[in-house]
Design a protein around this ligand. Structure first.
Ligand SMILES: *[C@@H]1O[C@H](CO)[C@@H](O)[C@H](O)[C@H]1NC(C)=O
Ligand SMILES: *[C@@H]1O[C@H](CO)[C@@H](O)[C@H](O)[C@H]1NC(C)=O
Ligand SMILES: *[C@@H]1O[C@H](CO)[C@@H](O)[C@H](O)[C@H]1NC(C)=O
Ligand SMILES: *[C@@H]1O[C@H](CO)[C@@H](O)[C@H](O)[C@H]1NC(C)=O
Ligand SMILES: *[C@@H]1O[C@H](CO)[C@@H](O)[C@H](O)[C@H]1NC(C)=O
Ligand SMILES: *[C@@H]1O[C@H](CO)[C@@H](O)[C@H](O)[C@H]1NC(C)=O
Length: 401
């Protein structure tokens, strides 16, 4: 593709595209894609040409319903690429159709955009049954973004993933906006977005309904902003679980702000394994959050052990510090509205609790909090009172001995 400057008499300078393809748009129907057939090869071919284009290019998957098997789009490419998915894309229903890797993987691109208003339908039902009956162990995630920089994912829906909907790994400056994730409450491990080894990731104006965490945050995540997100059903927005593997790098700078959680198991949560490897979680901020009918709205759990097969006598070695909890309002579905269980070997430090107003209307009595190995500082007003019984909040020095 060449760009020529065309000069017109009236002194107006036009920028025009000329060259062999006239226009850097690659419509997959020009690469052999037809409705209801597998389009993975056509997408691959279109991507190959787009990737070689030095000017910005757009790959279009037009409106319609297409089958798509496994696709890998891998850079580096010569110019920015937009993948416009206007279609409904259907994954193979057979959980074994994808042996390794993910359904759609996008790697090593700079200035990548995914857009188009389309839907990625993981058709996970068969896979979930397989998993529940323990016949399938490892299932593919829906979407995997690795080593992307300066990229945007917008106006996309992902439905019924077989496993995690989206895995974000080693990305820098990546924004999700108007990104919707939807799977039933009882679908196993269908986390919305899992972010790890990434920095400057924004997730905003997006909605998540899943059978697991709406957003989960793994090690080496830095400067993650989650704003104007709704979550539910699901397990909430979670930092962790951490400490499960040796050499995990710190999670530093997570800002969850202006979000709403409805009928989720947890609201905002930090979870680390007992008997863990060392780790660091710092600079975490939960602010302006609405919880409605959330089972456990505010949670720090350093004895997280869903399998029940952990050595809970040995403490977590993940150090949690500089956490703020500010302006959290709404209703709890259980009496235990606030549960801050820090590690006896590595108590939480620098936790600040601001305005909290969470009510519970069960027959046991009003909402309450529980605290271990934490001494928060307070600002504003808390309902229920947080860590008020000093007895169950031993000083860090005493706990560490
Ligand atoms: C290329 O042409 C398509 C229609 O064929 C149009 O939708 C698109 O905006 C054009 N792209 C560029 C970069 O000019
Ligand atoms: C982040 O990526 C966006 C989208 O490509 C870009 O507009 C912006 O300039 C990038 N920001 C930085 C700090 O590089
Ligand atoms: C991410 O969100 C933060 C806070 O809203 C904002 O300051 C920052 O510019 C955003 N970054 C991108 C790449 O959009
Ligand atoms: C995505 O979620 C938002 C917020 O819940 C909603 O307004 C929007 O209609 C959804 N978009 C799609 C394509 O489902
Ligand atoms: C975000 O804040 C605005 C203004 O305070 C509010 O109208 C909106 O409902 C909030 N959104 C969420 C998802 O909490
Ligand atoms: C409260 O949440 C539970 C799931 O945790 C759900 O089954 C129930 O329908 C919700 N109740 C309301 C009133 O939304």
């Amino acid at each position: 593709m060449k760009i020529k400057f065309v000069y017109f008499g009236l002194g107006v300078l036009f920028l025009a595209h000329f060259g062999e393809s006239q226009n850097a748009t690659f419509d997959i129907t020009k690469y052999g894609a037809t409705a209801n057939a597998d389009i993975s090869e056509a997408v691959g071919k279109a991507f190959k040409e787009a990737c070689a284009s030095t000017s910005p290019s757009t790959i279009v998957i037009p409106k319609g319903t297409f089958q798509m098997n496994q696709v890998l789009l891998e850079g580096p490419c010569k110019g920015p690429i937009e993948l416009q998915i206007q279609a409904i894309l259907k994954a193979p229903t057979d959980p074994n159709a994808i042996k390794t890797g993910e359904w759609l993987t996008v790697n090593k691109l700079d200035f990548f955009t995914m857009s188009g208003g389309g839907t990625l339908d993981g058709q996970g039902k068969e896979a979930w049954e397989c998993k529940k009956s323990k016949k399938c162990t490892k299932l593919p995630n829906n979407l995997s973004f690795n080593s992307l920089t300066n990229s945007i994912i917008k106006d996309i829906t992902t439905l019924d993933s077989k496993a995690f909907h989206v895995n974000v790994n080693q990305c820098k400056n990546l924004t999700f906006t108007k990104f919707n994730v939807s799977a039933p409450a009882d679908s196993p491990n269908t986390d919305g977005i899992h972010v790890a080894r990434a920095s400057s990731v924004n997730i905003t104006e997006s909605s998540f309904s899943t059978g697991d965490d709406c957003i989960s945050i793994g090690d080496e995540t830095e400067q993650l902003y989650i704003t104007k997100v709704t979550c539910g059903p699901g397990h909430g927005i979670s930092v962790g679980s951490l400490g499960g593997n040796p050499g995990e790098k710190p999670v530093v700078g997570v800002f969850v702000k202006n979000c709403t959680l409805v009928s989720t198991d947890n609201g905002v949560r930090i979870k680390t394994w007992p008997a863990s490897h060392p780790g660091v979680v710092s600079d975490i901020h939960f602010e302006d959050i609405i919880v409605q009918n959330v089972s456990n709205p505010i949670v720090i759990d350093q004895v997280y052990c869903p399998s029940g097969k952990c050595n809970k006598d040995l403490p977590s070695q993940v150090k949690i510090s500089k956490v703020s909890i500010q302006n959290i309002k709404g209703t709890s579905r259980t009496q235990n509205a606030i549960s801050l269980t820090c590690s006896k070997g590595s108590p939480c430090e620098g936790v600040e609790v601001g305005d909290v107003d969470i009510s519970y209307s069960g027959k046991e009595g009003p909402a309450k909090s529980s605290c271990e190995n934490i001494k928060p500082t307070f600002k504003g007003k808390q309902t229920p009172a947080v860590c008020s019984a000093g007895a169950d909040a031993p000083a860090p020095a005493a706990a560490a001995s």
